[in-house]
Structure formats: structure tokens, C-alpha cells
Ligand binder design. Sequence first.
Ligand SMILES: NC(=O)C1=CN([C@@H]2O[C@H](COP(=O)(O)OP(=O)(O)OC[C@H]3O[C@@H](n4cnc5c(N)ncnc54)[C@H](O)[C@@H]3O)[C@@H](O)[C@H]2O)C=CC1
Ligand SMILES: O=C(O)C(=O)[C@H](O)COP(=O)(O)O
Length: 388
Amino acid sequence: MNIVADENMPYVEALFGEIGEITRVNGRQLTPEQLIDVDVLLVRSVTKVNAELLSQANKLKFVGSATIGTDHIDLALLEQRNIPFTNAPGCNAAAVGEFAFIAMLELAKRFKQPLKDKVVGIVGAGNTGSALEHCLNAYGMKVLLCDPLLEEQQLSNRSATNISDKNSRQFVSLDTIIEQADIISLHVPITKTGPHKTWYLFDEAKLNQLKPHAWLVNCCRGEVIDNRALIKVKQQRDDLKLVLDVWEGEPNPMPELVPLVEFATPHIAGYSLEGKARGTYMLFEKLCEIFGLEHQKSLLNLLPKFNISQLHITDKVSETQLLTLARLVYNLADDDYLFRNSFLNNHGFDHMRKNHTHRREFSALSLVNTGHCEVDWMFKLGFSGVER
Ligand SMILES: NC(=O)C1=CN([C@@H]2O[C@H](COP(=O)(O)OP(=O)(O)OC[C@H]3O[C@@H](n4cnc5c(N)ncnc54)[C@H](O)[C@@H]3O)[C@@H](O)[C@H]2O)C=CC1
Ligand SMILES: O=C(O)C(=O)[C@H](O)COP(=O)(O)O
């Protein structure tokens, strides 16, 4: 079997090595000719899987994308050509949730304002939005959720069963989020049509309505915010603080926007080692299922141990100390620094993504509670740990 895989997908050899011959490719530069006689195509978000790319794919039996988003895939075309497809929903949700949470801790430190007192509005309450909600709830913060699609689904489930579910979630409108949230974090897919389309969801008017001193975090897709309007609004409103991981026109963000942003990164919010490994593993499992292949491989065996084995907590952990712990797992400022200094270079955006030293998730760091203090919230946040 011939397998073509994006060069930025870890663990392909470890997982797919016994199934077929693997060729690694630059996902952004993949050509139709490279898919002649190829059985399996494994991509990431930078490969547009469309009629042109598949025009010479004479043997293709499976396409997998190790991503949450599917906006780069022509799903109708694959269905029409009977080519099974899977993406990896939720694979990097914890990575994105922790990224947004860490970014908020960093902003709180920079502007000397306690994070805990702030109200956070999450737009899009699916996998990544919920992962962030989980962190914020663990930390004891007030969270508002806006997700009209999930809200409609919940309402129709309720009216179909006539039972009110005690686990049902409380949703608010986007206007309420804009009116009440001190921090807004975006977690929607990019959609161009329909009543809840997200393309330019935050246009100039919405950006102007943000509360004074609001923080806006985007780690879903760049085009959810009109970036040109953002430049205009930000130039007039220094009170707004921005964290952008995703950009309109990637891999070429608007150069004027970057200096206006507090923390700027090249679409790597989901780049934890755990998240990437999960993504590849989910494709592997799906391929095995479709082709009827048995396997004994486990995700846990793929991941190396974290280089800090245990930390002893002897007393109450402050917000500053929490940030210090979070920085052991992921130092956002390092990526921000690298990005600012490289995004204008030739292929700087992609180069940084390709060479990203994958960070770990909170779960990689093990805490030992030797002080018999209240640390349950830290375990809820995602850190591993033991009471002693
Ligand atoms: N920066 C990065 O590295 C990453 C970015 N992403 C992006 O984040 C997006 C979201 O990921 P997940 O949370 O895993 O997807 P998901 O599909 O689990 O959740 C998305 C949620 O957004 C909701 N939604 C759709 N339109 C909306 C609207 N107009 N207003 C409010 N809510 C709306 C949906 O109902 C759904 O619940 C992905 O589609 C992908 O584009 C995902 C992973 C990594
Ligand atoms: O999962 C998604 O959706 C993402 O945005 C990815 O994490 C982006 O990573 P690449 O697929 O572009 O490496």
C-alpha cells in the first residue's frame, strides 16, 4: 500500500509503518502527480483536498486529516468518489483550551489584573470551547457560552423527550457575550453560509461594541475576525488586548496587525505532542477499522515522559505561581518572540510551525500534594497528581 503523509505529522512511521510504504510530503506544496498510485493520503490543515489535487489519484482508498477543522477538504467530492474520509475531532481540544487559558494568565500578569475576577465569553462550545470552559470552571471563573447550534439542538432534544436534562447547558446570545464578557475566546469552525455563518462574525461593528478593556482571543480560524477591520479598530482603541493564533490569509498575516497583538503565534494552539499524537492515532484507528486490520498499538506508548517528573505542592498556589507552573508546560512568550522575529521571513510562518518543539499538556506534569492544601482544582485543571 502506498501512503502519502504530511511531513508535519508525528508518529506516522510508528503507526503506519507495517501497513505500507510511506512517502512524506510538504502538505502545502503537494501536487496531483504525487497522488498517482497512492492508496492512502494523510493530511493536515494546509492541504486543500479538492478536485484538482485528486485529478490523478487513481487508487485512493482513504483520506485522513489529523485535524479538527475540515474546511480544507471537499467532503462532497470524497463522498461522490466513494473515498472514505475521517478527521480527528477533539484530538487537540485540550491543547487549544490550555493555550487559551495560559494566554489569559499571561495577559493577567502583563496588565496586573487578577484573571479570576473576569467574566469569560466562549463563542463555540464544542470540543475546544468546552476544553477551555473546563479550565476556567476548574479555576472557579464565571463563564458565558454562546453556541446557537448546540442551543437549538438541546431545545429540540428537550421537546422531543419532554424531559428537562439536569446536565443541560446554559447558553447566551453573542450580543450578551459582547455586552458582558471581559474576555472573549473564539472556538467556532469557519462557515461561509447559513444563519450562523462565522466568516467575519466579528466585523467592524461587533469589534467596536466590545467592552472597554476587553481581551479577544482567537485560536480557531483567522477569518472569523475581519482582520482589516481589527487593525482599524485597534488603532483607535488601545484598550482592547488581542491574542491571535490564527490569521486571515495564512501563511501571510497582515504585517500591520502583528505589532498590535499582545501574543501572536502561527496557528499552533493545537500543537501539543499529545494532541498531534492523538490526531495521527485517530486516523490509524479509522484506517484499521475500514481495512479490517487488527493492531496492538497504543497511544500511551508513543509519548515520551515529560522532562520534569514531579513537583511538590507544599502550600496554597497563587495565580502567579499557577502561571509559573503553566510556563513549565508551555511558555507562550517564547513562541510569541520567535513569531514576531520570523513571520516576515521567507516561509517564516510555515517554518516555525514545521520546527515547532511540541509542547506538552498539563497532564504531563505530575503534582504531589505534600502540604495537604486545597489542590483539587489543579487536578481538575488537568495536571496529573497524587495526594501524599
Ligand atoms: N488554532 C488551532 O491550532 C486549532 C484550531 N481549530 C479550529 O477550531 C474550530 C473549532 O474546533 P472544535 O471546538 O473542536 O470544533 P467543534 O465542532 O467541536 O465545535 C465548534 C462549535 O462551534 C459552534 N458554532 C458554529 N457556528 C457558530 C456560531 N456562529 N456561533 C457560535 N457557535 C457556533 C458549533 O455548534 C460547535 O458546537 C475548528 O473547526 C478549527 O477550525 C481546531 C483545533 C486547533
Ligand atoms: O485541528 C485543526 O483544525 C487545526 O487547526 C490544526 O491544529 C492545525 O494544524 P495543521 O494541521 O495545520 O498542522
